[in-house]
Design a protein around this ligand. Structure first.
Ligand code: DAH
Length: 384
């Protein structure tokens, strides 16, 4: 009889076979792993050599992409591979990938540094010649008018006058009435100006105008302060005026005011002569003559000798041929004005003066025509 084979008998030979097979598989896998690790080493060797031979930035960048490019870089691919391996193989393979990455990164880094260094060396060869003369710096300067304003402030400052400023847009009251020039007074014709409309509404009792002189500040200052007063007021003025060699419709004046006990015409003359000496130097002639202004009594006019023709040219455009240039009006402050601001004229006297800033600037810079100051021609302005 045929012996019946039990349904389930462990088949030794089969078992044996299975274990051989497993072993075989195992050793095959080990071989594969060793090969893979070796491949990575070869890859890194090749990469290091390649990178060391890169001649420029573009070649180096191409090498970086070849190994670390996001999608197809060789090291990137190997890294992705790690995740697909059985747990037992991950450490060895992973370590090999890391080593390859570190070697290639170091090679990229050192080649990059070498190329940068070479570039700097090259640049050093093209270095600028630091011994060449530099580009000239154009130094600015003050406009002759600005300089005259500063000189006026400085010189009167040495005599105790404080510089203050006042509004360019004035009321009719301060520009005229408070200075003894009521409506209809003939002096108004001499000082015609631009009238200004107030965007917030005009007050018929207080018409506004571009001030025709800095004299309104005499009254404003006296209203605000108590004697003794010594101020000088430089500022822009406006007049309805035909422009010529010595007149502009927009121009600058300086006003002076001194109020104290026992002030006389002698003080006024002393201050103005001292100013002329300091501004022009001693060689300049000064003329003092009686004049008329509604807000001073007595009044005078101060004139400087013409620096352009020195009185020798009867055709001179600047002085009109008489050798003198009117520089300032002046006088003793009218008692009616002192009374109007509440000062007692028996106790306080004052002197005032007002002159054109451009005239001073012209005389100093020897500009024969006031308009030259405002044409912004650098050839003229740079010559001072
Ligand atoms: N304000 C006068 C003008 O513009 C000049 C002047 C004259 C000013 C006499 C004064 C003065 O202070 O006392 O022509």
């Amino acid at each position: 009889m045929v012996p019946r084979r039990p349904a389930f008998v462990p088949d030794e030979s089969g078992l044996l076979f299975a274990s051989f097979a497993a072993e075989a598989r195992l050793s095959k896998r080990k071989d594969r792993m060793a090969a893979a690790v070796q491949d990575l080493k070869n890859l890194a060797d090749r990469a290091v050599a390649e990178i060391a031979a890169c001649a420029d930035d573009a070649a180096l960048e191409a090498a970086r992409v070849r190994y670390f490019g996001r999608r197809d870089g060789a090291v990137t691919q190997a890294t992705k591979q790690i995740a697909t391996l059985p747990a037992s193989e991950k450490p060895a393979y992973g370590a090999a990938v890391n080593e390859a990455r570190a070697r290639i990164e170091a090679a990229l880094e050192s080649r990059g540094a070498a190329l940068r260094g070479a570039k700097v060396d090259q640049g050093l060869g093209e270095r600028e010649d630091v011994t060449l003369p530099g580009r000239p710096v154009r130094v600015g300067r003050l406009h002759p008018v600005s300089r005259a304003i500063r000189d006026v402030s400085r010189i009167f400052g040495t005599m105790g006058f404080e510089t203050v400023e006042g509004p360019e847009i004035e009321t009719d009251y301060y520009n005229f009435e408070a200075l003894n020039i009521p409506p209809g007074h003939p002096a108004r014709e001499k000082w015609d100006t631009l009238w200004v409309s107030n965007p917030l509404g005009d007050d018929p009792k207080m018409p506004l105008l571009g001030r025709t002189h800095t004299s309104p500040m005499q009254v404003r200052i006296m209203e605000q302060r108590k004697p003794p007063i010594r101020v000088v007021v430089p500022g822009r003025c406006y007049r309805y005026e035909a422009t010529d060699a010595i007149r502009e419709s927009i121009f600058f004046q300086y006003e002076g005011l001194a109020i104290d006990e026992k002030l006389t015409m002698a003080d006024l003359k002393g201050v103005l002569y001292s100013f002329a000496r300091q501004y022009f130097g001693s060689q300049h002639n000064v003329r003092f003559r009686p004049d008329y202004f509604p807000f001073t009594e007595p009044s005078a006019e101060i004139a400087f000798s013409c620096v352009i023709c020195e009185g020798k040219d009867p055709q001179c455009h600047t002085c009109g041929g008489d050798g003198w240039i009117e520089a300032a009006g002046c006088g003793m402050v009218h008692p009616a004005i002192l009374r109007r601001v509440g000062y007692d004229p028996e106790r306080y006297q004052g002197f005032a003066f007002g002159g054109g800033i451009e005239r001073l600037a012209m005389l100093k810079s020897r500009a024969p025509d006031i308009r030259m100051l405002y044409q912004n021609d650098l050839r003229f302005l740079e010559s001072f």
